[in-house]
Write a protein that binds this ligand. Structure first.
Ligand code: PRX
Length: 647
């Protein structure tokens, strides 16, 4: 195993913001003196009123509560924009690369972004949006998505971004859950040369959401879309009439900043709520240290703003640090598998942050697509979203980075706001496949199934022993669900849902989810959500969904379906069910395998034994474990006999 250690290159050790000794010293202080450490780190922001308290947190049932910098006030849009104007107003804030390389890129300066944000903020206000109101954004990867986010932050409205790949049903559920009255969208999105009917999807969603009174429509493709009089307004025309200045609202550190829906092991997706001050400190600090970011560098995070990575590392983190952040509308393999690296060359990208699923897909296309580009600007590579397999890591390092660029494998979650376990490139030797060591203030622990602490090397459930500023504060509208989901499995600790190994050097190796969540191409899907979509189909009686290994996606979706008694399951129905799930949730939720089963393995009390279903889906059927508690053991024989042949 030791052969896979990559020491910190000398020039990184000498020149990085944080070297090994400093990492150890800062980490130790962050744990022993959190108030002192975070009071200093928080000075990276402009506060309107300074805070007098720093950390006030407890994970215990008796006095549960999480609050950071509570009496400080600030505005995040001002921290991303206004404070840069004097020094770097003409520097590029957003470098936008369109889906089609033949279309021109856009270069938006901090000054221009500031003006666009102010105008849009004024438009929101003119439509009656006030502090604390929720604004749903359903937008493609265009600069206006960042404008809309920052405009919400400017006036204290709470944005809720819904990934533009989600279906009208999924969008409607998210609009209703947070009761937003306003939706911001585009006529169409463009991805990989294909059009996505965003406005039509919004119209379909709004058939279920009577309370939405305003839809702001950005023209992206110029398609002829239906506009509802009084409700729908054209972005460009409407902002023209608005003033180019808008005073930023003075927000409390604990005032909500955004809601982002994410899947859990049970029920509907949860609205993860992040607040202003702690999130901002976390996003800015981790962006600076993890990427060793220096003003003037060209930085590219290839995530979509529909996911938390896009929030923290396309928009907020980089803009707080005055970065030039690249925003890419397209996909890695359009028009061909060189696209990422062509964009790197076009803009001189120095830091590139991407997802293992994309790397695996590109790796399969062969090295030529990479080698025919220069990539000489690259200095640092990052990975996020799922465990990166050592083979993909080595390829990323040797082929993409030509052995020159450290890789920061960042483990974190929607709930954590930003990177939690990750190497700092000047401080930590790398091991392919390991997210290495904790960020400042993060106290990872491993516990066994009974909650006993595992010391030293070992494997168990990953929990976090204490709060950090970027932690989510609640589940929108359901504070009890927040407590129940994260703090009751192992009382007094935050439960991540991930399994993890710690090696002899104290390095962390995330092994994947241990709850009923599957990670498909770095996107979290709740099995319960897909099951409820399946059973909503008129021909389906029952469904159980588990993850299965998948070469490209990391995990695929394996669905066991019992049809109604009068239905004859066949391939046509299989295709119909896959299309059904796509339309209920979105293409990312499409099952890879649908196995029809006359019955599911259940205990005598009626609980589905997922362990068995997982093993069958993983093709690990030699030892299915104890099946004696099943109500009807022959169900398993039938499942084994009727497994669909996999590619
Ligand atoms: O299982 C872990 C995996 O992604 C989950 C969080 O998903 P989400 O909230 O959608 O956020 C993704 C972007 C931060 C985690 O519970 N995960 C994320 N990053 C890594 C990872 N697993 C292993 N290594 C990572 N670097």
């Amino acid at each position: 195993m030791d052969q896979g250690i990559y020491p910190v290159p000398n020039h990184w050790a000498n020149e990085a913001l944080v070297d090994a000794a400093r990492y150890r010293q800062m980490y130790a202080r962050s744990i022993t003196d959190p108030d002192g450490f975070w009071a200093e780190e928080a000075q990276r922001l402009d506060w309107m009123r300074p805070f007098s308290q720093v950390k006030a947190t407890s994970f215990s049932a008796e006095d549960f509560g999480i609050s950071w910098f509570a009496d400080g006030t600030l505005n995040l849009s001002a921290n991303c924009l206004d404070r840069h104007l004097a020094e770097r107003g003409d520097a590029i804030a957003i470098l936008w690369e369109p889906d089609d390389p033949a279309e021109p890129e856009r270069r938006i300066s901090y000054r221009a972004l500031h003006e666009a944000v102010c105008r849009f903020a004024n438009l929101l206000k003119a439509r009656g949006v006030r502090r604390g109101d929720r604004v749903t954004l359903y937008l493609p990867m265009v600069p206006e998505a960042a404008v809309a986010m920052l405009a919400c932050a400017r006036i204290g409205a709470i944005h809720s971004i819904v990934f533009a790949g989600f279906s009208p049903e999924a969008l409607a559920g998210r609009i209703e859950d947070c009761a937003s009255r306003i939706v911001v969208t585009a006529d169409e999105g463009l991805r990989g040369g294909r059009k996505v009917p965003l406005k039509a999807n919004v119209d379909a969603a709004l058939a279920h959401c009577a309370d939405v009174d305003t839809v702001i429509v950005l023209r992206r493709t110029g398609a002829d879309v239906a506009m509802v009089g009084g409700r729908d307004i054209d972005w460009a025309t409407a902002v023209e009439a608005q003033p180019a200045e808008c005073e930023p609202e003075e927000m409390g550190a604990e005032d909500p900043l955004f809601i982002l829906y994410t899947s859990g092991s049970t029920g509907k997706p949860k609205g993860v709520l992040h607040t202003t001050g702690g999130y901002a400190v976390w996003a800015a600090m981790t962006h600076q240290y993890v990427f060793d970011y220096r003003p003037g560098q060209i930085y590219w995070c290839a995530a979509d703003i529909g996911w938390v990575t896009g929030h923290s590392y396309v928009v907020y983190g980089p803009l707080m640090n005055g970065a030039t952040t690249v925003m890419f509308e397209g996909v890695p393999n359009f028009p061909d598998a060189s696209r990422f690296w062509q964009v790197v060359d076009k803009f001189g990208v120095e830091i590139f942050y991407g997802a293992p699923t994309a790397l695996r897909a590109l790796m399969r296309e062969g090295d030529e697509w990479v080698r025919k580009t220069s990539r000489k600007s690259l200095q640092l590579l990052g990975s996020v979203g799922e465990p990166i397999n050592p083979e993909a890591w080595e390829w990323y390092h040797h082929v993409v980075g030509e052995g020159r660029c450290p890789i920061v494998d960042t483990w974190w979650q929607t709930e954590t706001g930003g990177a939690m376990i990750s190497p700092l490139p000047g401080a930590v030797a790398l091991k392919p496949g390991s997210a290495t060591l904790p960020m400042f203030g993060v106290r990872p622990e491993l516990v066994d199934g009974d909650g006993r602490l595992i010391e030293g090397a070992g494997e168990g459930c990953l929990v976090l022993a204490d709060s950090w500023p970027g932690q989510m504060r609640t589940v929108w509208g359901d504070h009890d669900r927040f407590f129940q989901t994260y703090f009751t499995t192992f009382p007094g600790r935050y439960f991540t849902g991930d399994g993890c190994r710690r090696d002899e050097d104290g390095y962390y190796w995330i092994t994947g989810r241990i709850d009923d969540v599957i990670n498909v191409s770095g996107h979290r899907m709740g099995t319960a959500e897909i099951e409820s979509a399946l059973v909503a189909h008129p021909k389906v009686a029952e469904a159980a969904v588990v993850g299965m290994p998948h070469d490209l996606k990391g995990q695929g979706i394996y669905a066991y379906v019992t049809t109604n008694a009068d239905v004859e399951p066949d391939d046509a129905l299989r295709g119909e069910l896959i299309r059904w799930v796509r339309s209920e949730i979105g293409p990312i939720a499409s099952p890879d395998v649908v196995q029809f089963a006359p019955g599911l393995p259940k205990t005598r009390s009626g609980k589905i034994m997922r362990r068995i279903l997982r093993k069958i889906a993983e093709n690990d059927v030699s030892n299915l474990g104890d099946t004696s508690t099943l109500a009807d053991p022959t169900v398993v024989d039938n499942l084994l006999a009727n497994r669909p042949r996999l590619e």
